[in-house]
Design a protein around this ligand. Structure first.
Ligand code: FE
Length: 152
């Protein structure tokens, strides 16, 4: 079911990303690392990401467009070296595509709003979903939830 939905011939019928910019503009708007991950599909080195060990309560938004992608309550320590989540903030925030690069069959995770590459999703995650969204820290920005106790 999942595979059929993501065949290349169907991809052409999907609506284009809401946010589209010329490549030169992305290069100006993003850091080199963000650009390499989001726009070129690179993977950051394991255990190097700034948000890997972040345990604060809040939202993980796309570093490219600000769309909310994941929430802290779905983050878990996978031991893989990349921020890991068992579900997206809302299903429609991400787009899944079959990825046959690197001689592996994987499922790529993309920001639906800007088309940026986020990482991959695997089926060895924890309950309740069994999914492991393995996401590059460089593709994310963290927005902490305001703590009402700390407001003056
Ligand atoms: Fe985005």
């Amino acid at each position: 079911m999942f595979r059929a939905k993501n065949r290349a011939k169907d991809r052409a019928q999907e609506p284009p990303a809401e946010i589209q910019k010329p490549d030169e503009q992305w290069k100006r708007d993003l850091t080199r690392e963000q650009y390499n991950v989001l726009r070129r599909g690179h993977t950051e080195m394991a255990f190097t990401g700034a948000l890997l060990r972040n345990k604060k309560t809040g939202s993980y938004v796309c570093a490219g467009c600000g769309s909310e992608l994941f929430r802290s309550d779905a983050k878990f320590n996978s031991g893989t070296g990349w921020p890991s989540f068992f579900e997206p903030a809302v299903a429609q925030a991400v787009e899944l595509r079959s990825d046959y690069s690197m001689l592996m069959r994987r499922t790529e995770v993309i920001c639906r709003r800007c088309g940026g590459h986020l990482g991959h999703v695997f089926r060895d995650g924890p309950r309740p979903t069994g999914q492991r969204y393995c996401i590059n820290s460089a593709a994310l920005a963290f927005e902490p939830t305001a703590d009402p106790d700390q407001e003056s």
